[in-house]
Ligand binder design. Structure first.
Ligand SMILES: [Zn+2]
Ligand SMILES: [Zn+2]
Ligand SMILES: [Zn+2]
Length: 505
């Protein structure tokens, strides 16, 4: 807004028209008063709030003795820190929201709902602001006079939880005492001709984590499973014999212990431990896996007599530490009951292998190696557990030892087909290919990759014997058409499909 002289106004008005002409007497008094009022309000609100903030600071500092109403402690601490205090803001809502329970009562303080008593005039100030900014939230500004009782329902729930947690704590302590060595993970020293039991190591680990957990997560830590079905699962369905092998034993500093291994299915425990576990975790004492340790002499004597028992012998101790000086227990043997089911273990293994070999359209890599020997990196990679190279690309790439290519194959791909692919991608005539997996030569054109134990991710390598003259792969395919030497099936997905499909028909 700008004031003009009467002359200037006259010129502008004649030129542009418009209006109305406003003079000093045209000010809207209502607006002026409103504006002035809000300035006055802001001034007085700020003053009042500053006053109340001092009071609240006293409350927080514990210097206020005439407390009459409860508010949330955290809420009040945030309230005094607020900077913009010209008018109530959204944040001023709910001074008691976090100390009211779902029953509309005062929440027990043990749940973390800390509260403070504020003087009456401060409560009224907070209450009015809270209602002003959020009138639809009655629980958020519930009035709690200083004599309000904590919610009885919530208190009952709390004591039940506390009681429950106490009993769990007690149970865990008792089990730690019952199984002192197992709880701390120490190995137990074994004696000859004593009865022991085999426990699944995975269950023991779970149990150990459970009984050693405490504090806040006491009621949330995962309980180990009921024991009986866990033990049952270790036996084969048909013969009720064992599906896992017992652990190896070693002599360590004069004593016999279980050879420590993280992959062992079983841990040897004492008869006492087994009996207590049965009582604590619902096991069936009769169905335990018994283990007796015998010296080799006794075992040899027994071998002739009872064919039912199975003996597992420990190979010669390898490290100096494990060398045994006592001839009596030189070759400790574990006799277990029920015995191992070799039939079912063998069947399970072949099932797993068959499953692994039943793959479709997976990557293997083939490297063309110049020279007599493959570099160590290839030999090791091809004998190691197969692991698909995520960065693998379809294009061939140069490596320090030659060219490498990734090929899509299936368990049913024949070696002949693979050799054709190698010919196609690496340019080595089929007859000149000396194909290796690790140090082994693979050479049986009619066999499938599954027959040859070639897995997805395997890294094969090929040498070029250079005996036969190089020729084009197209010649070979034409030859086939004429001679029909190789029955074609499963060329799907390769370049050869189109040229051979007519022959199949
Ligand atoms: Zn107005
Ligand atoms: Zn309640
Ligand atoms: Zn069986």
């Amino acid at each position: 807004m700008k004031r003009l002289s009467a002359k200037a106004w006259g010129i502008l008005f004649s030129k542009y028209d418009g209006g109305p002409a406003l003079t000093n007497s045209d000010c809207c008094m209502a607006c002026l008063i409103d504006g002035a009022k809000s300035v006055v309000f802001a001034d007085s609100y700020r003053d009042q709030r500053t006053l109340m903030r001092d009071l609240a600071n006293d409350v927080i500092a514990g210097k206020c003795l005439d407390g009459a109403y409860f508010v949330s402690k955290t809420w009040l601490q945030q309230w005094v820190r607020r900077k913009n205090i010209d008018a109530p803001s959204e944040a001023d809502a709910g001074p008691t929201a976090s100390i009211v329970c779902r029953h509309g009562q005062l929440r027990p303080e043990q749940t973390g709902a800390k509260r403070l008593l504020v003087p009456e005039k401060l409560w009224h100030f907070l209450y009015e602001d809270a209602v002003a900014v959020k009138s639809d939230d009655p629980l958020g500004c519930t009035t709690f006079p200083s004599d309000s009782a904590q919610c009885s329902e919530c208190s009952d729930e709390l004591s039940e939880v506390a009681c429950f947690e106490d009993s769990i704590r007690e149970m865990k302590l008792k089990q730690r005492q019952n199984h002192e060595k197992l709880a701390t993970g120490k190995s137990i020293s074994l004696s000859l001709n004593c009865t022991y039991y085999l426990m699944p190591s995975s269950w023991l680990t779970k149990w150990r984590n459970y009984i050693n957990s405490s504090g806040k997560n006491i009621s949330t830590s995962v309980e180990p499973e009921v024991l009986d079905p866990v033990i049952d699962a270790l036996k084969c369905e048909w013969h009720s014999r064992l599906l896992e092998r017992p652990p190896d034993l070693v002599n360590k500093r004069g004593g016999l212990v279980q050879k420590s291994s993280t992959t062992d299915a079983f841990t040897i425990i004492t008869e006492n431990d087994w009996n207590s576990f049965c009582e604590e975790w619902g096991g069936n004492k009769e169905k335990g896996i018994m283990a007796t340790i015998e010296s080799s002499d006794v075992a040899e004597n027994n071998l002739g007599g009872s064919q039912e028992d199975v003996f597992i012998s420990k190979d010669n101790p390898s490290s100096q530490d494990e060398v045994n000086n006592d001839p009596e227990i030189r070759q400790p043997l574990i006799r277990i009951s029920p015995e191992i089911c070799e039939d079912c273990i063998g069947e399970r293994k072949s099932r797993e292998l068959a499953k692994k070999l039943n793959y479709f359209n997976e990557d293997i890599s083939v490297s063309l190696v110049r020279g007599k020997e493959a570099p160590r990196s290839i030999l090791e990679a091809s004998s190691a557990t197969p692991e698909t190279d995520r960065r693998a690309s379809k294009r061939s790439r140069k490596t320090s030892y030659g060219t490498s290519v990734n090929l899509k194959v299936s368990g049913s791909t024949s070696l002949y087909q693979l050799k054709m692919m190698i010919w196609e991608s690496l340019g080595v005539v089929k007859e000149n290919q000396i194909l290796h997996k690790g140090s082994m030569i693979i050479d049986q054109e009619s066999a499938t990759l599954a027959d040859l134990n070639i897995f997805p991710g395997d890294k094969l390598w090929v040498q070029d014997s250079e005996i036969h003259e190089h020729r084009d792969i197209a010649d070979e395919i034409t030859d086939q058409k004429a001679s029909s030497k190789h029955p074609e099936k499963g060329f799907q997905g390769t370049l050869l499909t189109t040229t051979t499909s007519s022959q199949v028909a």
